[in-house]
Design a protein around this ligand. Structure first.
Ligand code: HEM
Length: 149
């Protein structure tokens, strides 16, 4: 197992052990940063929120997620865009809220190397999501920003 993988697993395990409210806190930080995302999820029950979080943990624990889960991400981002109206930039907002939450919830094992490993992995997942959105024919947040300038 790579050192990066070990650090990520230890941080996620620590957060899960030390913070019984971990998922609720991630969603709350996400909603505080992105009220539009909260509005999109207002009808979603705890079961579906839990299912979404377990998929996100699975993706985060996967090394080389773009290669292994490209088809899954293409499917999920298409459904998220067309049926749930999720905007591309919301994935970066989610990623930032996740990191912010984990820093405190996994404080017992947190350090600069853990920060680096977790943020690199979140970036890899979010970049893979944006590649999937582009492949679906949608514009990424970066392209939208470039169009506006
Ligand atoms: C970070 C990557 C994400 C993954 C892997 C993911 C995955 C999932 C999964 C597995 C579900 C359960 C239903 C289904 O299979 O479609 C779901 C539901 C949902 N997700 Fe996500 N999600 C992600 C990010 C987001 C973001 C950023 C938003 C923004 C608000 C969002 C909004 C929703 C909504 C509204 C539903 C409920 C749909 C419904 O049942 O009406 N997701 N997500």
């Amino acid at each position: 197992m790579s050192v990066e993988q070990e650090l990520i697993e230890r941080a996620l395990e620590c957060a899960a052990e030390d913070d019984p409210q971990l998922n609720a806190r991630i969603y709350q930080n996400f909603y505080d940063a992105m009220p539009d995302a909260e509005a999109l999820m207002s009808h979603v029950d705890d079961g579906v929120r839990g299912k979404m979080m377990s998929e996100i943990y699975r993706l985060l624990l996967t090394e080389g997620v773009a290669a292994s889960d490209g088809d899954y991400l293409a499917f999920e981002t298409k459904t998220h865009a067309n049926s749930y109206f999720v905007q591309p930039e919301m994935y970066w907002g989610f990623s930032a809220a996740f990191l912010k939450t984990l820093r405190l919830s996994a404080a017992r094992v947190w350090s600069p190397v853990v920060e680096q490993a977790v943020s690199q992995r979140l970036d890899a997942m979010t970049a893979a999501i944006h590649r999937a959105i582009t492949q679906n024919g949608g514009a990424t947040a970066l392209e939208i920003r470039m169009d506006q300038n």
